[in-house]
Design a protein around this ligand. Structure first.
Ligand code: ZN
Length: 148
């Protein structure tokens, strides 16, 4: 696609909130289609798209969304930050999901993707995913914002 530049004399933004139900326990949900839909229905063709999940036990990243990749990512996080551990958050708050908070912080609550001529500039084998690390099913809000 090469180089494409625009001269901006004002900033415009378009936002929409997505509501998703998850199963928790590192449920990985492909949100690429929904994010692209928000972009397509909005007025902005070129800019920067942010997908941000509210809450401190979920994350958004990109990956190749296929069963092997999902299983390997979940295994990695199980090794890195086990569900069971000697965690202060659980002790101090009588909680059970410190692992979920830590995993969410590590991966991050948002991802940004360039928007070029109305399309998310993702690779063919690269999807935007929401991962819910909490230890129970949750209703999540993903804020999608396009800025140009
Ligand atoms: Zn907690």
């Amino acid at each position: 696609m090469g180089v494409r530049s625009l001269a901006w004399d004002r900033v415009t933004a378009h936002s929409e909130e997505l509501s998703l139900s998850t199963g928790g326990d590192a449920d990985v949900i492909d949100i690429t289609g929904e994010v692209q839909r928000v972009v397509t229905e909005g007025p902005i063709g070129d800019g920067l798209v942010t997908a941000f999940v509210r809450g401190s036990t979920a994350a958004i990243t990109t990956m190749e969304f296929e069963p092997g990749g999902v299983a390997d990512l979940r295994d990695l996080l199980d090794r890195l930050i086990p569900v069971k551990g000697d965690y202060e958050h659980n002790r101090l708050n009588h909680d059970t999901n410190s692992h979920a908070h830590q995993r969410a912080s590590l991966i991050g609550a948002s991802e940004q993707v360039p928007l070029i001529e109305g399309r998310l500039a993702l690779g063919t084998w690269q999807q935007l995913v929401l991962i819910d690390f909490d230890d129970r099913p949750r209703d999540r809000t993903v804020v999608v914002q396009v800025v140009s």
